[in-house]
Design a protein around this ligand. Structure first.
Ligand code: GAP
Length: 554
């Protein structure tokens, strides 16, 4: 992370705390690693993100319904889904520090550091040759393409002939640096092989060969690599034996799979149809990093779309496009997003893409779109002994007969609510310089989409006397039926504006002496800071128009 992006990220984290968005959990007891609490503004923003997702997925699609299944589920579910045997990370312990690490992460960090060094050296050479600044170089999309291609291990697929001279030279310089470049390409290959074949001793050997040391003890005194299951377990009932062990769900999806026939029958749903849910998931992540990106308790918004076998590719493409559209409708710069195709597919999937967002620390997955075949439903049929088939009465034009009984295929869209929250904060955060020739000035503003803003409008009486507070409260009492409104009378108006800018409030409404005479108020817009005088009776329309879901969903 460069200094400025590192600083930006740190500033967003402290802003989130200072303004009541996110607090470390159990802070007075020095916190609980990788667990966070959402404060008064965070809870509102999170609820608005959920509402946006729920509206787009459930209420805008007449063939999708939403459920809310329990976190505790029968333990056999996790056996059937493969989580008991397969939901694990390869871990390695340092014998001196007794610290535990993810073996794959140690190697990936090493590969990353090689690339950082190579790209830095190449960048310096190109800057010198073409006399361009580092910032301009970083802006070049082709350079970013080349870097990504190397990092993803398919550099030789790049056709550089269509690139500018700068990019071509950038590529050649890396290729002409054979010792280090070949070493890191070979390392990436051997690492990918070890991961794909789940060869734990090969992973350990790479760590030894690369002389990777423990950041705490500084030694390479490593244990064997072992698989470590990420599910939290607990006991249900008074007697602690194996039969009572239950798990905190590591994904919400299984609650949908096991209810799919209940929903289908009670809702008379016809394929294709979807079931959506928002809820907590738990994973005992060994390495928790990057604030709310990797948490041990987090929230997912998942939708399983049940389709006729053979049509999954077409639905997969449709959902892949629809989900990116949902992200972009918030006005985010499209260049901040990209798709990432999974090369290593989970055992149940026949296609998978991530939607990634460019965080200050690089592109990271926010959402996954997975074609999960009929794996989960088939497994539940086998483990529960209950039929998971759907009877499709529609006539197959090829045979002239109904499609009949089958286990549907499933396309899943799964987005992490906390990652979406962080993305939204980072995207909105701006330290704006407002200095003029006369004076230095600045503000921190969250340019949140008005639909997502925690507070839609703040009402300020100009002074605390002359009946202005009473009038302001009277206006607020009407508006609060439809919107989340805040009342503030403390400090000068300028200070109150700054506090609202910092939490992303789109409108500030000032009630002054003129209001008492003609029932007009000043309304100040967050982004432009422009002010206008409007009739108080117009406020619900002005606010309503700006925060309406129509702006993102129509
Ligand atoms: N049902 C599929 C599933 O759970 P996943 O890729 O493991 O797929 C889906 O998770 C999304 O959940 C991710 O794209 C990410 O946004 C979020 N997520 C996963 N693990 C997380 C964690 N430890 N902390 C925060 N969010 C997480």
């Amino acid at each position: 992370m460069s200094k400025s992006t590192d600083e930006l990220f740190k500033n967003v984290i402290s802003h989130a705390k200072e303004y009541g968005f996110v607090f470390p959990s159990s802070e007075i007891y020095d916190g609980l690693s990788a667990v966070y609490d959402y404060g008064q503004n965070g809870a509102e923003l999170k609820n608005n993100i959920k509402a946006y997702w729920w509206k787009a997925m459930v209420q805008m699609n007449d063939n999708i319904v939403g459920i809310d299944s329990a976190i505790f589920m029968h333990p056999k579910i996790w056996k059937a889904s493969g989580h008991v045997d397969g939901f694990s990370d390869p871990m390695i312990d340092n014998k001196d520090s007794k610290k535990r690490y993810r073996a794959d992460q140690l190697i990936e960090d090493r590969i990353d550091s090689y690339w950082t060094k190579i790209f830095l050296e190449t960048g310096l050479y190109i800057q010198g040759k073409y006399n361009i600044s580092n910032d301009d170089l970083i802006q070049l999309i082709e350079i970013a393409d080349i870097k990504n291609a190397y990092k993803e291990g398919h550099n030789h697929k790049i056709d550089i002939s269509k690139y500018s001279n700068v990019a071509q030279d950038f590529y050649r310089y890396i290729e002409d640096n054979p010792i280090i470049t070949k070493h890191v390409i070979d390392l990436f290959k051997s690492y990918t092989e070890a991961i794909l074949s789940e060869n734990l001793s090969q992973l350990r050997q790479i760590i030894i060969d690369e002389k990777i040391t423990c950041p705490v003890s500084g030694t390479a005194n490593w244990t064997e690599v072992r698989q470590f299951n990420l599910m939290f377990s607990t006991q249900m009932g008074a007697v602690a034996d194996d039969a009572d062990t239950i798990y905190l769900r590591p994904e919400t999806a299984q609650g949908i799979f096991v209810n799919y026939l209940n929903v289908q029958k009670s809702g008379r749903m016809k394929i294709p149809f979807g079931i959506a849910q928002i809820g907590k998931a738990f994973r005992n992540e060994v390495i928790a990093r990057q604030f709310i990106i990797r948490m041990r308790e987090f929230e997912q918004m998942e939708m399983q779309f049940f389709v006729r076998p053979g049509t999954q590719k077409e639905w997969f493409d449709q959902w892949k496009a629809a989900r990116l559209k949902w992200h972009l409708a918030l006005g985010t710069d499209a260049a901040k997003y990209r798709y990432h195709e999974h090369t290593k597919l989970a055992h149940y999937a026949d296609a998978a893409y991530d939607i990634e967002f460019e965080f200050p620390f690089g592109f990271k997955e926010v959402e996954g779109i997975h074609s999960r075949t009929n794996f989960d439903l088939s497994q539940h049929q086998e483990f529960s002994g209950k039929k998971m088939q759907y009877f499709d009465p529609e006539v197959d034009p090829e045979t002239g007969k109904p499609y009949g009984n089958y286990i549907p295929y499933v396309i899943e869209t799964s987005i992490g609510l906390d990652r979406m929250f962080l993305l939204t904060m980072i995207n909105a955060y701006e330290e704006e310089d407002l200095s003029t020739e006369e004076k230095q000035d600045s503000r921190t503003v969250l340019r949140l989409h008005p639909c997502l803003a925690p507070v839609k409008a703040a009402i300020f009486p100009l002074t605390k006397k002359d009946g202005l507070p009473e009038k302001a409260r009277e206006i607020m009492d009407k508006l609060k039926l439809d919107f989340n409104i805040q009342y503030e009378e403390k400090d000068a108006i300028g200070k109150r504006y700054r506090r609202q800018d910092a939490i992303g409030t789109p409108f500030c409404i000032t009630v002054d002496h003129q209001t008492l005479e003609d029932n007009t108020v000043t309304i100040r817009h967050r982004d432009s800071m422009a002010q206008e005088r409007v009739a108080a009776d117009q406020l619900d329309k002005i606010i309503g128009d700006l925060v309406s879901w129509r702006n993102v969903l129509a």
